[in-house]
Design a protein around this ligand. Structure first.
Ligand SMILES: [Fe+2]
Ligand SMILES: [Fe+2]
Length: 286
């Protein structure tokens, strides 16, 4: 029997929806359990969530699996347009019913969905016209590095030297910039460095780096340092800074880098802030 239009096909569709719903439910349950201090319960919820996603993947594959890129883009545009219209109408309805904050939220999400649609249309247009796709996303180069703090990195009272931390931050910023540019990079500027919380010897340090702003050959990287007290499973933000890296060729001359494709509200906000910092510096140099 052909799977198309069979009851089994219908059941696969239902199962896929159920599994995806369960996945999201268990992720939120895991977070709630973690916040309530039940680490084991949280880990089990999280593991179950991953398991449900695996079930969903099998069902998706039975239903035909991956489609081609153009087909996926066309479906995505339709979906995002529907979502935009839905959020617009829902916002009006929420306003009518007096739920102002929900109305405002729906309006905001509607705008984001419209942005998703625009991005997909742009990609589809370029693909169909054989225009090479340019740019890399923030996620493409973002990374976390981890290191255990040893006595040689600290003073006799056990505080890790700021310089040690800045060296690790510089490394992480360099990797993010090199991942984005595929070139050698050099540090040209460190700014807005904030020491928020001391880092003690014996703690695990996590260095998160992601690109916020890209100019022709320079890349601004936000670096956030967290310190984890391993036995307490507690993480605290210790340090933040912005590193500006420049892409250079083998002779040390600046080279052009791919543009940064910013996508989420947060990425757009950070990009604007990076641009403002860049322009303020240019003004000062005049
Ligand atoms: Fe399942
Ligand atoms: Fe969307």
């Amino acid at each position: 029997m052909d799977l198309k239009k069979s009851v089994t096909e219908e059941n696969l569709q239902k199962a896929l929806t159920l599994e995806l719903h369960a996945h999201f439910g268990y992720i939120t349950a895991a977070r709630a359990a973690r916040n309530a201090g039940y680490d084991l319960v949280s880990d089990i919820f999280y593991q179950t969530a991953l398991n449900e996603l695996e079930h969903a993947t099998h069902e998706f594959n039975f239903l035909g699996g991956d489609k081609d890129v153009v087909e996926n883009l066309v479906t995505a545009i339709e979906h995002e347009n529907e979502a935009t219209a839905f959020y617009r109408a829902s916002s009006l309805q929420a306003e009518k019913e007096g739920f102002h904050d929900i109305a405002e939220f729906f309006t905001r999400i509607g705008i984001v969905e419209e942005g998703h649609s625009a991005k997909f249309r742009e990609i589809l247009h370029d693909l169909e016209n054989n225009i090479p796709l340019k740019g890399r996303t923030v996620k493409h180069s973002a990374l976390t590095m981890a290191e255990l703090m040893l006595p040689a990195q600290a003073n006799p009272a056990g505080f890790v030297h700021g310089g040690e931390l800045m060296k690790m931050m510089d490394n992480a910023a360099g990797v993010a910039a090199a991942r984005h540019s595929h070139t050698n990079v050099v540090t040209v500027l460190v700014n807005d460095i904030h020491f928020i919380h001391p880092v003690m010897v014996g703690s695990l340090v996590l260095i998160n780096a992601h690109i916020t702003y890209v100019r022709r050959s320079s890349m601004e990287v936000r670096v956030e340092v967290e310190t984890e007290h391993i036995s307490e499973e507690k993480r605290v933000k210790a340090l933040t800074a912005y590193y500006t890296m420049v892409a250079v060729d083998e002779q040390g001359r600046p080279v052009e880098v791919p543009p940064l494709t910013v996508y989420t509200e947060e990425e757009i906000r950070l990009f604007k802030e990076g641009q403002e910092r860049y322009e303020a510096r240019k003004q000062q140099q005049k």
